[in-house]
Design a protein around this ligand. Structure first.
Ligand code: UFG
Length: 327
């Protein structure tokens, strides 16, 4: 019984692989290494290749006796998705459909799917519950919503059981310090602030201070990547135990503004971060905070790590790996 993890060399994927291996699970990773890092895969075989290669996926399933899939492999930059929608529809939608073909043909009927809070758009009410109307405001979010629809239809027609996890803002790094966040280019708030602290960037640009929030900067729900990893394991175990298909938010259930994050990091490292207010970044909603009641109740998941833990683990990773994985 092996778990196939697509995109397992990426940020959230590699932390999930690590957590699965720690639980004694047999894991094989399929990653084309366009964004992922070989060195991020610990304790599992890595096959370098594409999820749309049906022959390769079939070969892996047979060779490793794969019985379930956790599907991370995707492009995930909101801004890029607006500039290059073809890339996103191709990589996130068409390739996922090909992957689903291969796994269904090989009689696998369990999949955990990486979805995103970007499917919600800019909801008026927070915390956000899973059953509100989805109104994604960017191509990235639309590709993820499409696959959620595909999964629903494939469940009805072919009995493919799925759990889609809608991530809020993944952050932090493995407590062991071995793996962490290494994106190129980096676009996320916390690693960018840490890069400024390490002298790798001159200053932080805060994208807008005229949002409808208490201090004018956007509020987000930051969830530790190892808590996210744990949510995947619980989702997988639930499917293995016969749970029906469903969707869960995965966040901390708490919101912090950009200014609050900066302040917390300044307190942690004991120095001021050079910063400048600039114009809004297109498509940023004012506030995104998850309701995590459903996943707590149904899977018994709860976030173990605080914002302090996120900052502490991220800082330890960035400080000890200023060049990332150095491949
Ligand atoms: N921000 C800045 N300056 C920066 C980077 C970010 O001010 O240099 C701000 C953003 O405007 C936003 C907040 O910090 O208000 C968080 O930005 P991130 O880029 O870290 O994260 P996002 O909330 O934009 O995006 C995350 C995921 C996406 C996902 C989205 C769901 O990275 O993949 O949440 O809402 F789609």
């Amino acid at each position: 019984m092996t778990v196939l993890v697509t995109g397992g060399a990426g940020y959230i994927g590699s932390h999930t692989v690590r957590a699965l291996v720690d639980k004694g699970r047999s894991v094989v990773v399929l990653d084309n290494l366009q964004k992922g890092h070989k060195q991020a895969v610990k304790g599992a075989d890595l096959v370098i290749g594409d999820i749309s290669n049906e022959e390769l996926v079939t070969e892996i399933i047979k060779k490793y006796d794969v019985t379930s899939v956790i599907h991370f492999a995707a492009d995930s930059l909101v801004e890029e998705s607006m500039m290059e929608p073809r890339k996103y529809y191709h990589n996130n939608v068409i390739k996922t459909i090909k992957l689903l073909d291969a796994i269904l043909k090989n009689s696998i009927n369990k999949i955990v799917f990486s979805s995103t809070a970007a499917v919600y758009g800019s909801p008026k009410e927070v915390p956000i519950q899973e059953n509100i109307e989805l109104k994604p405001t960017n191509v990235y979010g639309r590709t993820k919503r499409m696959i959620e629809n595909v999964l629903e239809d494939y469940d009805m027609a072919y009995g493919l059981k799925y759990i889609a996890l809608r991530y809020f803002n993944a952050a932090g790094a493995c407590v062991t310090g071995e793996i962490g966040e290494d994106h190129s280019p980096e676009s996320h708030l916390i690693p960018i602030i840490l890069q400024v602290a390490l002298g790798k960037r001159d200053k932080l640009i805060i994208y807008g201070n005229d949002y409808h929030t208490k201090d004018g900067t956007c509020i987000r729900d930051y969830v530790h990547v190892s808590d996210l990893a744990e949510a995947h394991i619980l989702a997988l175990e639930a499917l293995e135990g016969g749970k029906d298909s469903t969707i869960y938010n995965v966040g901390n259930g708490k919101g912090f503004s950009v200014k609050e994050i900066v302040l917390e990091i300044e307190k942690f490292i004991g120095k001021e971060i050079p910063k400048e207010i600039s114009l809004r970044r297109p498509g940023d909603p004012d506030i995104l905070i998850a309701s995590i009641e459903k996943i707590k109740k149904e899977l018994g998941w709860h976030p173990k790590y605080t914002l302090y833990d996120i900052i502490e683990t991220a800082w330890r990773w960035h400080n000890s790996h200023p060049q990332g994985f150095e491949e």
